[in-house]
Design a protein around this ligand. Structure first.
Ligand code: SF4
Ligand code: SF4
Length: 97
């Protein structure tokens, strides 16, 4: 038996979900690709001011926009976010069973 949470493919094969565990906001360019592909609403764009404060992405004080993990508990470990991220921002890990 696996030490990690296991899923199954349609054909019954073993599949180990790799859940999102970190997002490197220093590398993120705020392109929004990961947001579009995530089927679970895990990710959300935020704004960062010149002073480093976190604000709404639409806020006039936002100097740059970066992605954030807003609802990590909803992640199903599909890794779609990593597949579309051109900046390798995501870290994933299986979950201990
Ligand atoms: S692994 Fe899948 S469900 Fe989890 S944040 Fe990435 S795209 Fe969303
Ligand atoms: S795909 Fe990568 S670079 Fe683009 S917003 Fe998501 S984490 Fe940032």
């Amino acid at each position: 038996m696996s030490e990690f949470v296991q899923g199954k493919t349609k054909g019954g094969g073993a599949w180990t979900p790799k859940f999102v565990s970190d997002l490197n906001q220093k590398a993120c360019i705020g392109c929004g690709r990961c947001f579009k592909v995530c089927p679970q609403g895990v990710l959300n764009m935020i704004g960062i001011t010149e002073d480093g404060d976190i604000v709404d992405a639409q806020d006039d004080d936002a100097e740059k926009k970066v992605m954030s993990i807003a609802n990590g508990d909803a992640c199903i470990g599909c890794q779609s976010c990593s597949k579309v991220c051109g900046k390798s921002c995501f870290t994933h890990a299986p979950l201990a069973a």
